[in-house]
Design a protein around this ligand. Structure first.
Ligand code: ADP
Ligand code: MG
Length: 639
């Protein structure tokens, strides 16, 4: 039997909801969430989506709709029976659509909601969370204890109904065509005692107005069965209206519907491009991080309309490093008579895509000038994503550098821009110094920075994983190259010491030089070199990468991702004026060979610990430490 025959053979059927749906429904029914109006927003947006889908399908198959019949959504109030009826003349649903769409978790907002419940808010009843996510269709069970969905898919000669009390199961049944919508969907809610306040025309009119800002299809209210319909909103696409006529509240409402996220956007950019390509775009930067921001599957997507026809909600309109932006674009120039895929391959689409990234970057740069506080928040949320553009889009690099904000070794309330950094260069400083690492606190207190601090040289502290990548490829900023503070030999001796800092680093004495040679021999299996350091002042030793090695952080990340990387040996740098080193160099007389070797290893392992690494061979580390401690204690008791 084919699928269609199977369906025909089962005119009615009872089905269980997917487990997650059942859970969600139970939550809806017991929700103490106060803003129940959201079910109206969800039903209106589904109805509008259905009309937009049919509008697009009918381009290829004009017979699907009657000529001259406009799309519309109506809400009928049956006060007597405590019912609400939502009807649309959109694309409708087949039996399979009903089972799939209204029996499983199809909607990503709903899934995100459940995940949040599972993790952070475990134990909470989810009440406050409902308002933050687009729960979708299932929100009807906050106000109804029985819901019937009657639908006929455009072009089909069958109509089906779906019915449920929201308690674990639903049933489907074939309908007589006379009783069904011509095409589209009719949803009847039997309101609960509590929900019956929605069966009031005055009440509903206000709520519809409030929730229809993002609905580009006209909405009508029928106050009583059989009475005349009253047009509540005209369904003019918001982005087509003049900016000056749109209130902030309308923009926000639109953003909520578009993003399925109920925070306030940090930035709203609405513009009309003219010239080579004519299009209108409306973009939002969310006020908080979407849950899937770092999901590799998340792409830079937007809603694409061509002359008011929704082509796809999933257009590749943004580069990956702008994937947090929520966006609608309505083009006047793109062709409508080709497939969705073809549209996105056209050079016009490419040009629009470029124009959008340019405009958004411009607006972000403008925000750094006009509203630093707001920009700091945007950077806090999305800086790590924007920085991906530094290596993915080299031609935008200089602009992204204008946005980039860094934690640095300078005591500062705010993060610093590269312009700030350049403005505060020390005399004779020619490089932009940086240090990468997993943990901000740890890099802040790294011994490797001591010499820089003595000279007041600012060091960028890069602790986002992405930093290790872009910094390798970025040539520099404002003519100054980026240089790692933990790689190769640094020469910062030209830069004067800050007031009160004593020159602690000297050329090693002959004895210290001999000690370093012994260290090198001892540690030969694990280090590339042992040398006197120009970057230490207080600490005895630190590890750095050799000049031609890759950044240690990058090396480690590549290795974690399975790249065939041989981790290169570090260089151990020793502070030749440190008391321990000077004292040890006095013991170089042959009698203390084993003590010096133990201490050489301990110094090396201690430097690894300071970098957040494990000693190279932990059991030997413990033995050595014990031997040296014993010796210190014994020496003390004899004295
Ligand atoms: P979402 O709208 O985010 O996909 P919903 O829970 O709101 O999630 O709806 C689930 C699915 O049910 C929709 O994707 C759509 O396929 C279908 N659907 C809901 N309402 C309608 C409708 N009025 N007309 C056609 N399809 C609908
Ligand atoms: Mg929906």
């Amino acid at each position: 039997m084919t699928k269609a025959e199977t369906v025909a053979a089962q005119p009615t059927g009872s089905h269980s909801f997917q487990a997650d749906v059942a859970r969600l429904l139970q939550m809806m029914a017991h929700s103490i969430y106060s803003d129940r109006d959201v079910f109206i927003r969800e039903l209106l947006s589904n109805a509008a989506d259905a009309c937009e889908k049919l509008r697009y399908e009918s381009l290829k198959a004009p017979d699907l709709i009657k000529e001259g019949q406009p799309f519309s959504i109506s809400i009928t109030i049956d006060e007597e029976n405590k019912r609400l009826i939502f009807a649309d003349n959109g694309i409708g649903m087949s039996r399979e659509d009903l089972i799939e769409s209204l029996g499983t978790i199809a909607n990503s907002g709903t899934r995100a909601f459940l995940e949040r419940l599972n993790s952070a808010e475990r134990g909470a009843n989810g009440g406050d969370l409902i308002g933050q996510f687009g729960i979708g269709f299932y929100s009807v069970f906050m106000v109804a204890d029985k819901v019937t969905v009657e639908s006929r898919k455009a072009g089909s000669d069958e109509a089906w109904s779906w019915e449920s009390d929201g308690k674990g199961t639903f049933s489907t049944r074939q309908m007589n065509l006379e009783d069904a919508p011509e095409h589209g969907t009719r949803i009847t809610l039997e309101l609960t005692e509590d929900g019956s306040r929605y069966a009031s025309a005055t009440q509903m009119e206000g709520i519809i107005r409030e929730h229809s800002g993002a609905i580009a299809i006209p909405v009508e209210l029928i106050a009583k069965r059989g009475s005349e319909a009253k047009r509540i909103t005209e369904g003019v696409a918001l982005w087509r209206r003049a900016k000056s006529e749109i209130s902030n509240a309308e923009y926000h409402e639109f953003y909520h519907a578009l993003a399925g996220q109920f925070d306030e956007p940090d930035l709203t950019v609405h513009w009309h491009a003219e010239g080579r390509q004519e299009y209108t775009a409306l973009a939002f930067i969310p006020g908080s991080r979407p849950l899937d921001l770092f999901d590799p599957a998340r792409k830079g997507r937007g809603k694409l309309y061509v002359r008011r026809v929704l082509v796809t909600s999933d257009a590749n309109l943004l580069p990956g490093w702008l994937r947090f932006i929520r966006l609608v674009v309505d083009s006047n120039d793109l062709p409508l008579n080709v497939s969705r895929e073809m549209i996105q391959e056209s050079p016009i689409f490419g040009a629009i895509r470029k124009g959008i990234a340019t405009k958004i970057l411009q607006e972000l740069i403008r925000t750094t000038e006009t509203n630093q506080e707001k920009f700091a928040q945007i950077w806090q949320n999305f800086g790590a994503v924007l920085k991906e553009g530094l290596y993915e889009d080299p031609e935008r690099r200089d602009q992204i550098f204008k946005l980039a904000r860094f934690a640095t070794s300078k005591e500062s309330e705010q993060k610093r821009s590269l312009a700030d950094y350049i403005a505060d260069l020390r005399p004779n400083q020619t490089d932009i110094w940086y240090m990468t690492g997993e943990n901000h606190m740890r890099i802040t207190s790294s011994p490797q920075l001591e010499g820089f601090r003595q000279r007041g040289i600012e060091v960028l502290l890069l602790s986002d994983p992405i930093d290790a990548f872009w910094v390798e490829t970025a040539v520099g900023y404002d003519g100054k190259p980026f240089k790692s503070a933990t790689q190769g030999e640094v020469d910062i001796s030209n830069v004067p010491l800050m007031e009160g800092e004593a020159q602690t680093i000297r050329e090693p004495s002959a004895k210290v030089a001999s000690l370093l040679a012994v260290f090198k021999q001892t540690l030969d299996s694990d280090v590339a070199d042992v040398r006197a350091s120009a970057r230490l002042s207080k600490s005895a030793a630190c590890l750095v990468a050799s000049a031609n090695a890759r950044d240690k952080r990058l090396e480690r990340m590549l290795a974690e991702h399975g790249a065939p990387i041989s981790i290169s040996k570090p260089v151990l740098e020793i502070n030749p004026s440190h008391e321990l080193i000077v004292t040890l160099s006095d013991l170089l007389d042959g009698k203390n060979q084993s003590l010096i070797e133990d201490i050489a290893w301990l110094i090396f392992d201690e430097a690894k610990l300071a970098d957040g690494d494990m000693p190279s061979r932990p059991e030997m580390f413990t033995d050595r430490l014990m031997r040296v401690l014993m010796r210190a204690a014994t020496g003390h008791s004899q004295a």
